[in-house]
Design a protein around this ligand. Sequence first.
Ligand SMILES: *Cc1c(COP(=O)(O)O)cnc(C)c1O
Length: 474
Amino acid sequence: MKYISTRGKSPELNFCDVLLGGLAPDGGLYLPKTYPKFTKNDLDLMRSMSYQELAFSIFEKFIDDIPKDDLMGIVNNTYTADVFGYNRSNQNSNEITPTLKLKDNLYLLSLSNGPTLAFKDIAMQFLGHIFEYVLAKENKTLNILGATSGDTGPAAEYAMKGKKGINVFMLSPYGTMSPFQAAQMFSLADENIYNIAVKGVFDDCQDIVKAVSNDLQFKKDNNIGAVNSINWGRILAQIVYYFKGYLAVTKDSTEQVDFTVPTGNFGNICAGHIARMMDLPIRHLVVATNENDVLDEFFRTGKYYPRTSENTFQTSSPSMDISKASNFERFIFDLIGRDASSLRDYWKQIDNGGFFELDIETKDKVSMFGFISSSSKHRNRIKFIKQFYEEYDVIIDTHTADGVKASLDHLSKDTPMLVLETALPTKFEKTVYEAIGKNPIRPEPLVNLEKEHQIFEVFDNSTSLVKDYILAKK
Ligand SMILES: *Cc1c(COP(=O)(O)O)cnc(C)c1O
């Protein structure tokens, strides 16, 4: 399988090069040249597979530059009950991404049973293992530089800690993460993990990462890499649970299902889009946004109008507070028939801080890709957290609550709807408490998390300080 850039002016690459690469040299995002298709018969065969077997049978279609036995080994080391076994009732389970039935045709797909209690673990843990493998094979090292406002940082650090050939330098805004999120990162004492709290906001952290990455010489000399949401390996790993969820709620492999996805950077739902392109029988992909409704606006009007960071609201589902959805370009590329030249025209507007609007003909095509959308507000989150607790005895987190709101807007009588649970409620205790007057039960190992010893550096908002630190520690 070869990979091509959405902007059409980069060399075709193999999987391993795309994996370590990040953005394509022309500024685009890499996608597989074609999508492998799965027939009804293939799906039938998948029904008896474990999560690991399912993951392997999907990955092997996209990865042909890693021997199959090695790939199987990576998958088996990644998706273990030890790592993904927490669940909401505090009992370990062997099932990876189990489905919870709420009522007829309404399900939660639990994606948050990994070490940091957010769906990002599913992809990030895979990256940890496959990075270590590829780096060892190519005799390379990698210094991962990232910025986080809360969920990405912990998932990346838990995945990379102790991995050979990898250091992580994670920037976060000093004093603004939730105590739980800060403790998740700062309590890690592994030698290859470096936490830097920057006196500034998340955008300042992001700007430092961009400034370092734009210094091409520094980047090359110091093997600077990223694990941000545009990484193809992350999208690939997320395709698996759409298949798993589908198989869990259907008996016949021609039945259709709907998925609702709490969406920020369009990474999670992009994997759903690709699963659908692989002929998984998905009828609707429901994009759920919070008050930051750029994508809901797009799917209603055909106009993509990214907001500035000043116009991005801070909400109680903070991992969806985005002004510009970095993976959206991948979908638009498919929508316009993979016409790289038109895509460049669209993104010229976006990269200059502008917007674009689809012509009528292209806008009509959106529905052929199954997308519909809804947005949600703080009061909806409160309402559905309370309602689901009372009706189903299930405590959902704020992001999942945005998903629930959108799913109920679009629920239909005869089609199963799976809402992706993107975090456990413990991560967002404050709002959950506001909704139901009590805190959710924490998984056992995390009960005293905030009391553990914390290690982190506090830096002024300065790119050169961060560079010097990387030089000293790498
Ligand atoms: C990251 C995140 C999202 C948004 O996912 P995208 O892939 O960026 O669309 C939603 N909910 C939670 C809890 C997250 O951590």
